[in-house]
Design a protein around this ligand. Structure first.
Ligand code: PEP
Ligand code: CO
Length: 447
């Protein structure tokens, strides 16, 4: 256990990006309700994911983390969850087959309901209201009523997270992840790709391998349907996270049982801040977003505070430096962490450093820039003798038009057609899958 730590010790530190609730007693009541509800995940699962991440840190596995920038209550629907899970599993199959590595599958799902904002308030036509901080805190409609932070939303978020994960667990235990389904994958976009034959060859190879394994064993291999899947979200809202943090029976420490792998956002990673204080005391595997302002010395200190035992699998660094800057900024960070002997998973989030606005103010990202940041990250790690162990995407299973580029060559003119994100632009089903093919080729090439 960490010295001088309790689930509430963060309250003595400056806490950025928190909800400004009007009634402390309503907040207390909601937190008490959360404390009495059964956990969403268990410490056993959390420890299992940590072991998988330890394998990633050692170069033996690959981490695939992805999902919405922000989940919405209204999106807690079977078809949407089903589609998100499906594309993540397809990506993971492609990475395993093409990249030759087992994959740790972690969704930005079942709890990704709180968002950091650049300003605490928003002004439209002379009216100023609190900013929307995600469905966990307030509503997006621009009315005083909707924007008032409501602690009851924490209960709603917890319930919907639990429903989402319950559905995911049912799908998986019913064989949803069965690799035999590769036969019915929708790959219609592939004909538009530059090298469609590469993708088709990879998929044909997967089908042949599955047929071979079944034939060799003499039955349909049920193990090929046995898929584990984990959840993650930004651990931003500390009243919420601390209320779902418990000392499970027969365990040595505290666990955030609202998700398997919470991460600290780039805006809330201050060494002396409340988020770092809260995260240092929980036993979950944790992530930290590493943006362009991170200094190498600061990064090493941060890892020392968050992972004092240097436990493999504990610490994932999710770098989001931007395609144009990663070649300059990443090497000194990798070098400092290496020299300090810190065991970490190096993960690349090629989304958040590559956001731009079109002339009409629509937020987007270009597929090629996303891929370029990944390519540069692979290069940096190859030069340093370290391992780029994972990728972190904002993506969805729907065919939205939020990110430009990809095999179908979406342009800025297409963005208006089906732009459904309230926050950051996501890869759509086809772009996400194409990205997996491209990454698999890069990991596979390393062998
Ligand atoms: C996010 O992941 O949606 C996010 C806000 O990222 P970052 O903390 O890297 O800016
Ligand atoms: Co985002």
């Amino acid at each position: 256990m960490q010295p001088n730590w309790t689930p509430d010790s963060w309250r003595d530190r400056p806490a950025q990006q928190q909800a400004d609730y009007q009634s402390p007693s309503d907040l207390r009541q909601a937190a008490d309700t959360l404390r009495r509800l059964p956990p969403i995940v268990t410490s056993w699962e959390i420890e299992k994911l940590k072991l998988q991440l330890a394998e990633v840190a050692q170069g033996q596995r690959f981490l695939l983390q992805g999902g919405d920038c922000s989940e919405r209550f209204a999106d807690c629907q079977a078809s949407l969850i089903d589609a998100k899970l499906k594309v993540l599993l397809m990506m993971s199959a492609v990475l395993t087959y093409g990249g030759g590595k087992r994959v740790a599958r972690v969704g930005r799902i079942a709890g990704q309901y709180a968002k950091p904002r650049s300003s605490a308030v928003e002004t439209i036509n002379g009216v100023t209201l609190p900013s929307y901080r995600g469905d966990l805190v307030n509503g997006i409609a621009f009315t005083a009523d909707a924007r008032r932070p409501d602690p009851q939303r924490m209960i709603e978020a917890y319930s919907r997270s639990s429903m989402t994960l319950n559905f995911i667990r049912s799908l998986l235990s019913g064989g949803f992840g069965d690799i035999h389904h590769v036969d019915v994958w929708d790959l219609s976009f592939v004909e538009h790709a530059e090298q469609p034959h590469d993708y088709l060859r990879l998929v044909e190879g997967m089908k042949a391998s599955v047929r071979f394994l079944d034939a060799a064993v003499g039955r349909r291999l049920s193990e090929l349907a046995d898929i584990d899947f984990y959840t993650s979200h930004e651990g931003l809202h500390l009243d919420y996270e601390s209320a779902v943090t418990e000392l499970p029976p027969l365990r040595q420490g505290w666990y955030d049982l609202g998700t398997h792998m919470p991460w600290i956002g780039d805006r809330t990673r201050a060494l002396d801040g409340a988020h770092v204080e809260f995260f240092r005391g929980i036993r979950n595997p944790i992530g930290v977003k590493v943006g362009p302002t991170m200094d190498p010395v600061e990064l090493v200190e941060l890892i020392s505070v968050l992972s004092p035992d240097n436990e493999p699998g504990r610490m994932t660094l999710i770098c989001r430096l931007g395609a144009d800057r990663v070649l300059d900024l990443l090497p000194p960070l990798v070098d400092a962490v290496q020299r300090a002997g810190k065991v970490v998973v190096w993960c690349s989030d090629p989304m958040h450093g590559n956001t731009y606005k079109t002339a009409d103010g629509t937020k987007t990202r270009h597929f090629d820039q996303i891929l370029a940041e990944l390519d540069h990250s692979f290069e940096v790690h190859a030069d340093a003798g370290t391992y780029l162990g994972g990728v972190h995407f904002e993506m969805t299973g729907q065919n939205v038009t939020e990110v430009v580029g990809g095999a179908r060559g979406l342009t800025e003119a297409d963005l208006g057609r089906c732009y459904d994100s309230d926050v950051d632009p996501r890869l759509n089903y086809e772009q996400a899958l194409e990205m997996a093919f491209l990454i698999a080729r890069r990991i596979g090439g390393e062998r």
